[in-house]
Design a protein around this ligand. Structure first.
Ligand SMILES: [Zn+2]
Length: 188
């Protein structure tokens, strides 16, 4: 279920980016394959508006401030946009597992929204806290699912390092300013 939540975050990010449809579609297909979707994907440009809409609907779950807000956001989606909980084995090709989309052959957008809601709801239940977050780096704003037990502010080590370096530079400039105003910097 963690993998499905991670997939949801990756898809929300890919589908939320500006760019030509062909590039977004290619990135979406790359993410689906990376998480083991079987070929042929049958993904086409006509799926994109629905997928983008679903990504926009899922983003507030990641952006929710705290566990209660995330739960309410998920409940609203589960009530309005998904079907009842059912079990499927995809015609005997996989172990039985839960789905909340309407049908095994549901369009990609319906599957994306439903599978993401289910994964994020189970993760919230399992961890007892909001299942995801939005990267605190203003240059990034990607959504993410923390993989450890600790609360995280940034989506990745890359973003955390970049922000730490930026904060250090800001701090360094402030510390140096009064010295240079006095015009007598201490020698080496
Ligand atoms: Zn980030």
């Amino acid at each position: 279920m963690l993998a499905n939540a991670l997939r949801a975050a990756d898809l929300v990010n890919v589908l939320g980016r500006p760019g030509p449809d062909s590039a977004v579609l290619a990135e979406t297909a790359r993410v689906l394959r990376a998480y083991g979707e079987s070929e042929p994907l049958g993904l086409s440009a006509t799926d994109l508006p629905g997928l983008r809409e679903a990504a926009a609907e899922l983003r507030p779950v990641f952006a929710a401030a705290g566990t209660d807000a995330a739960a309410h956001a998920l409940n609203a989606l589960l009530a309005a946009r998904t079907g009842p909980l059912r079990l499927t084995s995809h015609g005997g090709t996989s172990p039985w597992h839960p789905h909340v989309d309407g049908d095994d052959d549901a369009p990609w957008a319906e599957w994306f929204l439903a599978s993401s809601c289910l994964a994020l709801a189970v993760l919230l239940w399992d961890r007892g806290r909001a299942p995801g977050g939005v990267c605190a780096s203003t240059a990034c704003q990607d959504v993410f699912v923390p993989q450890g037990a600790k609360e995280r502010r940034y989506c990745s080590r890359r973003c955390a390092t970049r922000e730490r370096v930026a904060a250090h530079r800001r701090g360094g400039a402030d510390a140096v300013a009064p010295v240079s105003r006095r015009g007598s910097r201490p020698g080496p």
